[in-house]
Design a protein. Sequence first.
Length: 390
Amino acid sequence: MTVTAPDPPSWRELLLEEPFRLFFPIGVVAALAGVAPWVLSFAGVQIGMAGYGHGMVQVLGFEMAFAVGFLMTAMPRFLEVPGTRMGELVLGLALCAGTVSALSLQYTVIGQGLFLALSMHLLVFVLRRLRGRGDDPPPYFAFLPIGLLSAILGTALILWPIEVLPRLGVILVEQGVMLSFILAVGSHLGPRLIYGHRGFPETTTPAAHKRLRRLFGVGLLLLFSFPLEAAGFARAGVLLRAVIVTWYLFGVLKMYRTPTQALVHVHLFRLSFLSVAAGLWLAALVPYPNNASMHLMFVGGFGLMTFVVATRVTVGHGGFEELWDSNRMATVAPLMLIALSVPTRLAADALPYFYVELLAAAGILWLAGVALWGLVFVPKLAPWHVAPDD
């Protein structure tokens, strides 16, 4: 008896099952757009993006594009429900691209309004699938609603601030969203990629439900740290976040252990988790505010982690496992350049006499790393690159 192999999915079907293939390139563009003005200003080309705009492009554009692409791909699989609908995909892409464009062109209010709509769109996307799920979400996904709430509430408070807590919206958006997302997604990918763990956690047992409720409580405590900081207790709020994140990374994920594989990108992945914790502790222990701590957490933590995860997703779904299983320059070089931008940026704060030059050097390293990553991996996102099991 001859067994006929199933027909491969059409490009339309594949893109609906794997929206990351369309969202990741938007994230690459945003990652370049958020830093390029600083390097261009050093070269004498004045574009005029302020530090606030730079941060908003990086978080609301770069980070969110990768997060939305990942979640719209992963959530239906975790919940065992149908994938993305065409209308959901088109709306998500339009809102994401619009956010990046508006913020890059310094239409800040429009960009934040589009980001608010994108966050609500992602929330509806998740809730719609929870209702008809075939499986419960993993316990660590309890942090996802905290991230979405941070995005929606934070952006609303930026657009319509309240006088008694003027900074609450900004810190919710800049830190709350990505901290929650990495605690959720990192719980799944971190142990698997760094320590070789296999299998999936129990999701339907009473113990799994209890753990989900406990982690949701931890997420609410993390969320509470932001109004605590905004209310004038800055050190206490940041310290609370540092304790929660450190407990989770070391007590739950065991990030103090050495990776089981001698792969540079795996070590960089672990380093990104450690940079998040180190950035929070630096912010808690030195005078507030502190640019060094924020760049350590944002660039060395969020940024580096995002590109390592994006690399794993791209090679895994595209059939390029050899790029992950060895220390090939195509994989290592972009991530190393991004990682090297971190100590260079920290050196700018430590050596004020060379501040401008070091700031430009850090920006060049970041741009070179992101551009090289885009040149290597964006073509591999094309729908004709499909892993055999997909």
